[in-house]
Ligand binder design. Structure first.
Ligand code: NAD
Length: 297
């Protein structure tokens, strides 16, 4: 047995991540507020606890995978009251940098080690154990957490001190939101000019317009067969999650005084797209709104 890990938040991401830790030989004690999520995790070998404190009891490492900063601060406050010195706490949720730093501070004088370690790779990456982890925290905490994260991901990057993982995540996703909007606009313009999707793809994918949103996640069907555009924009990465990350980037920009006008535009575009009823679609489906045809969901 490799050790005991407490896992709080067994939803779409946390469930499969906890299952990968079980498969790697850890004893995993899990907790979630939703009984169905607990049942699904139990079927994959997670021992279900009745509370956060019970899931943490006897664990050397505790992972949280929760919706937002307020949930993480609430659960980490509970943990701060019960975990012994020497415990490693890892939060893999995507949350605002300020809450991430507050979470680290909650445990700072308890003799615990703490990491913020948000992920990219989505539910597919969580199930396959191929997530990328962007990690913030002290070097000794990272050294202890890295072998655990390797059981759930394929790329683990130490980005700096407390909050640096969350900072890297929202900066990356701000690029993604802006670049996807730009690629979609180019395809809409090409359509109006009578230029075929394939012709634009063939030129831009090998020219200075090349980017991940075009070559790995092309927002029109055809050029990249695996992209969500080929399956009526089933996610993938839902537009609502993109909006969440863009909002986090704009909160951070406001708090830090950074000017991010393109990020602000992207946040507004995705906010409008969600209000039109498309939050559950893949984020590349925003091309439909840019064509002017998404007003009726
Ligand atoms: P989810 O809503 O499916 O899971 C979150 C779980 O946390 C829920 O099951 C909820 O019941 C549980 N929870 C909330 N408060 C709790 C508490 N106090 N105690 C115990 N459990 C509690 O969300 P998800 O898709 O698994 O995402 C989790 C995090 O990962 C989010 O921050 C999200 O932004 C991030 N993320 C998601 C994806 C994705 O593709 N789904 C990709 C990258 C990052």
């Amino acid at each position: 047995m490799a050790g005991t890990i407490g896992f709080i938040g067994l939803g779409n991401m946390g469930g499969p991540m906890a299952a990968n830790l079980v498969a790697a030989g850890y004893r995993v004690t899990g907790f979630d507020l939703v009984p169905a999520s607990c049942d699904a995790a139990q079927a994959r070998g997670v021992i279900i606890a009745a509370s956060v404190a019970e899931a943490a009891a006897g664990a050397d490492v505790i992972v949280t995978m929760l919706p937002a900063g307020r949930h993480v601060l609430s659960v980490w406050s509970e943990l701060a009251a019960v975990v012994p010195a020497g415990t490693l706490l890892i939060d893999s949720s995507t949350i605002d940098v300020d809450s991430a730093r507050k979470a680290h501070a909650l445990l700072a004088d308890k003799g615990c080690l703490t990491l913020d370690a948000p992920v990219s790779g989505g539910t597919g990456g969580a199930a396959a154990g191929t997530l990328t982890f962007m990690v913030g925290g002290a070097a000794n905490a990272f050294a202890r957490g890295e072998p655990v994260l390797q059981k759930m991901g394929k790329r683990i990057v130490h980005c700096g001190g407390a909050g640096a993982g969350q900072a890297a995540k929202i900066c990356n996703n701000m690029i993604l939101g802006i670049s996807m909007a730009g690629v979609c606009e180019a395809f809409v313009l090409a359509e109006r000019l009578g230029l075929s999707h394939q012709a634009l793809f063939d030129v831009a994918s090998t020219s200075s317009g090349q980017c991940w949103s075009l070559t790995s996640y092309c927002p029109v069907p055809g050029p990249v067969p695996a992209s969500p555009a080929n399956r009526d924009y089933q996610p993938g990465f839902a537009a609502a999650l993109m909006l969440k990350d863009l909002k986090l980037s704009q909160e951070a920009a406001l708090a830090s005084g950074a000017s991010t006008p393109m990020g602000a535009q992207a946040a507004q575009l995705y906010s409008l797209f969600e209000k039109l009823g498309h939050g559950g679609e893949d984020f590349s489906a925003i091309i439909r709104m840019l064509r002017g045809v998404a007003a009726t969901p």
